[in-house]
Each structure stands twice: as C-alpha cells, then as structure tokens.
Design a protein around this ligand. Structure first.
Ligand SMILES: [Zn+2]
Length: 205
C-alpha cells in the first residue's frame, strides 16, 4: 500500500475527520465546527509549547504515570484495536502486540525513519494526562444540546483527539500527521480495515 497521498493532507483535514467521528457530531451546529477544530488544534500546540521535558519516559517516572505495555491476541476481525489508551488518573496502556506485529512493516516506511512509534503513542496518551491535570480547553468545553424536552451537556471527545494529535506533532516535530499510525500499525494485522480507513481519510472535503 502506498501512503504517500496520506502524507500530503492538511492537519485541518484530519481534524475534520476526527470531529466527524464524534458521536455528538450531528449536534454540533455547522457554523461552530471550524472554530472548534481551530481551538482544539491550538490547545494541543500550546500544551506542547508549555511542555519542557525532553524524555517522555523520564517525565512519566517523575509524575508517577504508570506505563503498561500490554499483550493481546491479534485477530483481523477485531479490527477495533486499542493502539494505546489513557486511564484516569495516571495510567497509560500501550499495545505491545501491535507494535511487535507491525515492527518489520514500520521499518519499511520511509516517513517513519528516525521516529520511535512507541514514543508517538506515548506522547498522544500524555496529552490526555495533561488535559486532565491542567483542565485544558478540550476538557472544559461542554456542548449543550436538546433531546426532546431535555437539555443535555456533554464533552466532545473528538476535540481531545484533535488536540492530542497536534500536541504530538508539535512536540515531536513530526512532518506527518500521527493519525497515519492508525493506518500503518493496523495494516499488517487487519489490511482491509487499514485500507478502508486510508480511503476515508482521503475523501474528507
Ligand atoms: Zn486519544
């Protein structure tokens, strides 16, 4: 599979894709979408600029953030793999099985040369730690909407994903969107799903 087309997409485009995956997407008024995307991107970039540690593992040790490299049986039919996740208050889980399985394939990807994939995953989850610790925009922003007679309030989790993405990109000075890891990490295990995701990422307008 050729990932070059995916390398050329703008960050806004990927942010749009992430927003469109939010389960509350349809509740977001049209005219607020681009502003929310912009605010989330800025929020992630600012968090990276304010982050002074250079060794992410050392930072986790200092902050007593637990990193759990978990193993699981990889089957293509369970394509909704967790690449990594953050659990409150201070636990980061990284899917070591996926990293192992994709290792050879990742080494063949020119755009990942000189880049530690586990560091990209760790940095993403670190953003979720920071947004909670520092009560950043992506945690505070609540959306109010109506279901029948009821007024509801909820967070837009996609904003956190957008910000985490721009945090990683800024912090690690990546020339590609870390979203591409979803495609390349899954390709060796679930190629059909990986191709489908790549297709979706290319058609965002
Ligand atoms: Zn995330």
């Amino acid at each position: 599979m050729d990932f070059n087309a995916l390398l050329d997409q703008s960050d806004e485009k990927y942010a749009k894709y992430l927003l469109s995956q939010d389960h509350l997407f349809k509740k977001i008024p049209d005219d607020q979408r681009s502003e929310l995307i912009h605010q989330a991107i800025e929020c992630g970039k600012n968090a990276a600029r304010n982050f002074s540690a250079t060794d992410l593992w050392e930072y986790c040790r200092q902050e007593a953030i637990e990193i759990d490299y978990f193993m699981e049986e990889l089957k293509a039919e369970n394509f909704r793999f967790v690449l990594a996740e953050f659990r409150l208050p201070n636990r980061i889980r990284i899917n070591q099985s996926l990293l192992d399985e994709a290792d050879e394939f990742l080494k063949e990807q020119e755009f990942l040369k000189d880049q530690r994939v586990d560091e990209i995953l760790l940095a993403h989850e670190l953003y979720h730690y920071l947004e909670n610790q520092q009560k950043l925009f992506t945690i505070q922003k609540q959306m109010t909407y109506q279901i029948g007679p009821f007024k509801k309030q909820a967070r837009l989790h996609s904003l956190s994903e957008i910000a985490a993405t721009s945090f990683v990109q800024e912090l690690l000075e990546l020339r590609f969107s870390p979203i591409l890891l979803n495609v390349v990490l899954l390709f060796p295990v679930a190629p059909d799903y990986s191709r489908e995701l790549a297709k979706q990422l290319l058609v965002i307008d």
